[in-house]
Write a protein that binds this ligand. Sequence first.
Ligand code: ZN
Length: 410
Amino acid sequence: MKKLVLLLALALGVAAASPAQPQDAAKPKPKPRVIVIGVNGMELDIIRPLMIKGELPNLSSVVNRGAYGKLRTVNAPNCPRVYSTIFTSTKPEEHGVTGFLVGGITANTNMLKEEPIWSVLSRNKVTVGMANVPATFPVMPVNGYMISGMLTRGKNCEDGVLCAPKLTEVMGGDAVYPRSMQPELLKNVGDFYIDCERMPAASDLKGHEAEVIGAWLDKVQTIREQQTKLFDYLLTNHPTEFTMMVQSCEDRTGHWLYPITPFNVGYNPAINNVRLEAFPSQYVAFDKVLGSILKHTDENTYVFIVSDHGIKPLREFEDKDAHAHSDHEKTTPVIAKHDFADGDDVPGSFFAMGPGIQHDQRLMGFEASVYDVAPTILHLYGIEQPKRMRGRVLTEIFDASSAAVTKSGN
Ligand SMILES: [Zn+2]
């Protein structure tokens, strides 16, 4: 019992050893701090060798201090479809955001038919901060702030699909909630790209492959640096109890610069033999972003790193025309994808660490799914899982005696 009390105290960030002062009793208990980092299309086949080589020190430190494994995704996975499933723990047909386009219209937050986690948390007085999360445009009111991500519409990105408007170029809705935060961000962070760069068209590449690839990767790095600055600014100046931040450039790079071999479908040496390190390097760059986020955490912070799906080279037996996730004009020579009919072919990934979460724990098979992320986070706040949610609390990632598990008695 004593151990349980101590663990509970540790989990809640309370100094257990000091005798309680009368005024302490009246103070509300501090709520857990949870940071969720989304990495679109994080592919474990690419990640694992990089970890072995020691090129992902920050991600490796999370693995050593936490639980990790595959994250079962939905069938024919793509970002808006899966992120909306992560938000709501309901099926795509239930939450309504079934893909990039729904009924011919770019997916947007007004289509969401099930309550997302940011709303449940806000209702329960948890402060919420979200930045660059896919399918959050136009932004919704939360108990904190929200800056939209993938599917934000703007200049040169009128349909919002897989392109990058700057904050000042956004059209057709708000990209920042509350509105008063927009001038503050422009002043302190500068104008920034909201999503990753559009992939180049085959016609732009032809005859200038190396040059176009180099310029594109430079732009991607610029976008990532802007994003790092934005995340750092928000975590420093607007700390929230629940924070979610997402990167998109890894997946975009994988689609056309996955390090395939001459035996793979679509191999074109003029493109695919130019920058073999381009895709793995995205994760090395991500690891630095992760390092800058981890500087804002301590041993009482929960950190979740989630990926909506992986990404794999095309297969000769798939119907190439069914490819829904080349760029929207279908002009980019795509050589890897994730919207395979069977989502188990391209699982996402899941990493978790924090008070009461087991260390160095590997989740085997498909123990964890995208449906389980929201219920597990709500559980940390002691919030009962809404009945509509299909996932479950990932109790197995917690120590058996952990306060995080015993607290709500699930
Ligand atoms: Zn993709």
